[in-house]
Ligand binder design. Structure first.
Ligand code: AMP
Ligand code: GLY
Length: 425
């Protein structure tokens, strides 16, 4: 099969690594990819949001199946466009993508169907938003309605800070149209976790659990980032807790989608928090997580391409989504200065020690996130540069392997957290 994978981050390198293990794969194209994906398939220089060029490529190259990493093309309607051209693709429709594309609509959906989530108000005017924020105790949470590259959520400590953030979002339109409307909600206290579920429109299957580390520095200090590390499975999430999350959140979400006549085909990511009153939804995402995918794919005890085909062909019911009984820990190596300004084009040393083997018996995997090839050398090309994944029989073993591998890798300004998975072993 000829497969096109859309995206360019560490998530996509991990998905590419999963796909190339399938005996059914003949050619893999990644648009636009990175220096890591170039070792597993052919990078195509089409941006993930250039939908018409992607369709054109899929048609010309007789692509049998397209799969999608990031949210932007999904929310922009890539599935609908491909389908109109009779091209096979796995991604939720634009109609279904409101779950991530509009926090206002996602909250209304949860409220209507009794799915546990933080108490909230939705606003398109500044004054009533401020007035509502004053009725909540602090800290409180302000979210831009639309996509804001993971930066549209602010946790504020005082009411006057809330007023200022609402001014930035709604009046100064910090994120353009995406922040004209906002959700203001109460702050939930608890432990965050993520569930990944596949759905073919008829049935859904749990794929796994993972936890990510959003703050830049050790001890969950510093600014929020796209994610500085991840682990899977989550050791504190017992089978009983998982069942409760499925019963209170996952099953009701798919039931509600059905009642709304929305067929969901693709991956649904549940960003949850375990509070004193059990599980609540923080957010839905209509895709895999980054860097959670990097710790999930190596644990899959099934063929990733077959999973995508089962979703595309409505055969998920009989597909077995087993995981290997092993642990994975991912540490993100980031550019100096990230998540603010950082330099690009810096040479990365030590990667030759980690050729990405296709077989799964390896103990360490180095996925590329922001890298590119420049005059035959691999150089930095983004904020999050590499994702070093350790695998092992326990989280402790996986963690030791990840950090041992990092010792061998170097680029100027490289920064990473030294406490990924430490609290969990
Ligand atoms: P979201 O994009 O909605 O997941 O928000 C990003 C991050 O903000 C979450 O992963 C949480 O760490 C935090 N967050 C969002 N909503 C809340 C909330 N209601 N209470 C506490 N933390 C939250
Ligand atoms: N790791 C968070 C996300 O993928 O949205």
């Amino acid at each position: 099969m000829r497969v096109l994978l859309i995206g360019s981050g560490g998530r996509e390198h991990a998905l590419a690594w999963g796909l190339v293990q399938s005996p059914k794969l003949s050619n893999l194209y990644i648009a636009p990819g990175n220096a890591g994906t170039a070792q597993l398939g052919e990078n195509v220089s089409i941006g993930a949001e250039d939908l018409s060029a992607l369709v054109e490529f899929a048609r010309k190259e007789r692509i049998d199946l397209t799969v999608v990493g990031p949210e932007a093309p999904i929310v922009a309607g890539v599935r609908d466009l491909f389908e109109r051209e009779h091209l096979k693709i796995v991604a939720p429709t634009q109609k279904a993508s409101f779950l991530e594309g509009s926090k206002v609509a996602a909250k209304a959906f949860m409220h209507k169907h009794g799915i546990p989530t933080a108490r909230h108000g939705s606003f398109d005017q500044w004054e009533p938003a401020v007035a509502f924020a004053r009725t909540l105790s602090t800290p409180l949470v302000i979210k831009a309605d639309g996509l804001a590259a993971g930066k549209g959520v602010a946790i504020v400590q005082t009411h006057s800070e809330a007023e200022q953030i609402l001014r930035d979002f709604m009046i100064a339109k910090k994120f353009g149209a995406a922040s004209q409307r906002v959700v203001v909600e109460e702050f939930l206290v608890g432990r965050e976790f993520s569930l990944f579920v596949a759905s073919d429109g008829n049935c859904w299957k749990l794929l796994g659990t993972a936890q990510d580390y959003k703050r830049l520095r050790d001890g969950d200090q510093g600014p929020n980032t796209g994610g500085m590390g991840s682990l899977s499975p989550i050791p504190w999430l017992t089978q009983r807790m998982l069942e409760e999350a499925v019963q209170k959140i996952v099953a009701p979400t798919f039931d509600a989608l059905r009642r709304e006549n929305i067929s969901y085909e693709g991956i649904l990511y549940f960003g949850l928090i375990w509070t004193q009153d059990g599980p609540y939804v923080l957010e839905y995402n209509v895709r895999w997580g980054d860097p959670e995918t990097q710790v999930l794919v190596p644990r899959f005890d099934f063929d990733l391409l077959e999973l995508y085909l089962a979703i595309a062909e409505g055969r998920l019911e009989r597909f077995e989504t087993k995981l290997k009984p092993m642990s994975a820990v991912c540490v993100v190596l980031a550019s100096g200065g990230y998540p603010e300004r950082y330099e690009k084009g810096l040479e990365i040393e030590g990667l030759e020690a980690f050729p990405l083997q296709r077989e799964r018996s390896v103990g360490t995997l180095v996925f590329h996130a922001g890298t590119t090839l420049q005059e035959g050398k691999i150089v930095t090309a983004g904020g999050r540069v590499l994702n070093v994944v350790g695998l092992g029989a326990s989280l402790r073993e996986a963690r030791v392997r990840a950090y041992a591998a990092i010792e061998k890798i170097q680029f100027e300004g490289m920064q990473y957290r030294s406490d990924i998975a430490l609290g969990s072993i």
